[in-house]
Design a protein around this ligand. Sequence first.
Ligand code: GDP
Ligand code: MN
Length: 381
Amino acid sequence: MDLLEYQGKQLFAKHGIPTSSGKAVTTVDDAVAAANEVGYPVVVKAQVLIGGRGKAGGVKLAANEAEAREHASNILGLDIKGHITRTVWIEHASDIETEYYASILLDRSAKKPMLMFSVEGGIDIEQVAEETPEKLVKHHIDPLAGPTVEEIAGVVRGGGADEDVVDQLAELLVKLYTVWLEEDASLCEINPLIITPDREVKALDAKVSLDDNAAFRHPDHEGLGDTANSDPIELKAKEEGVTYVALDGDIGILGNGAGLVMSTLDVVAQAGGEPANFLDAGGGSDADTVKQAVELILSNPKVKAVLFNIFGGITRCDEVAKGLIAAFGDLKPSVPFVVRLDGTNDVIGRELLQEAALPNVHTATTMNDAAAQVVALAKGA
Ligand code: GDP
Ligand code: MN
């Protein structure tokens, strides 16, 4: 999961990394109030999960209240490369003398954390890596021992950092490593990492990606990320622990197991249809999970027909049939369903469906047949 800049900065601050304190707001009036509170000049920053906000007009300095109002009203709602700005972060503007770059990430091929540092900050690091690779230093960190301040001081000195800030930089980067490790991040990037005219080092931007597989260790991370720009059905699915990805078409898809769902998407596309979602009910799903999944699919108003493609292994087809019957009882869907049950207890499952005589439910025995049926139903609807 990628964090918004201000969320990353809050994690940095929690571990003692110098940042400017500020406020995240969603309306122009609140932005002005926040600006008055943090004191002018302020910087108004679009909170979207995409880089290059500065160039896109999403980062503006304001010297007074009128400018703060003007920038906040321009930036709120601003489309930055397809990301709509719903939140702005207001912080007291910093004086910048120099802009450096630093990041910590996992180098998978070396199986070690890696620190990257450059005195060419503020610009795209990809550009630095391409045009002046000698100005980007890379340093592997021993994952068992962790980095020492002396070690990192040597790295930034080698990278050309100003001598008077070497110790401050090293201390900051050791803290950045602590963020990376303790918060289970896969990336912690600061660009620019600035030096003020008073020779203080500070993180002016923050790009943090957290490892979702470690989310269970961090209840305090709940609610982070760009929730305002996420698909509401995806958010609900996440809460319920179901794998759901919203797509653009009109055929709802439910399967069990990522492989089966992916091939279902393929056969539906081959049959000339467009899937509305990817929903994996997982292995061993019971009647309740199936019911929840149907509810999620039907909450998308674009769905014109639903394809159930279940291969019973650990999952029992009779449980799936029971879930579907329960869902129909509660939700009374108005769109047709095509159901293909195969594998463990499929005969019992099909019998249950037949007895229930659900309106507008069609059965299929093969995946291709199921896809053809559902595409025809979606087109006819
Ligand atoms: P990005 O464009 O998405 O990477 O957003 P950044 O947070 O990195 O901001 C872009 C640029 O705006 C920075 O490189 C700075 O040059 C400038 N900027 C951001 N905050 C401040 C500030 O507090 N003071 C000044 N003078 N410039 C700032
Ligand atoms: Mn930046």
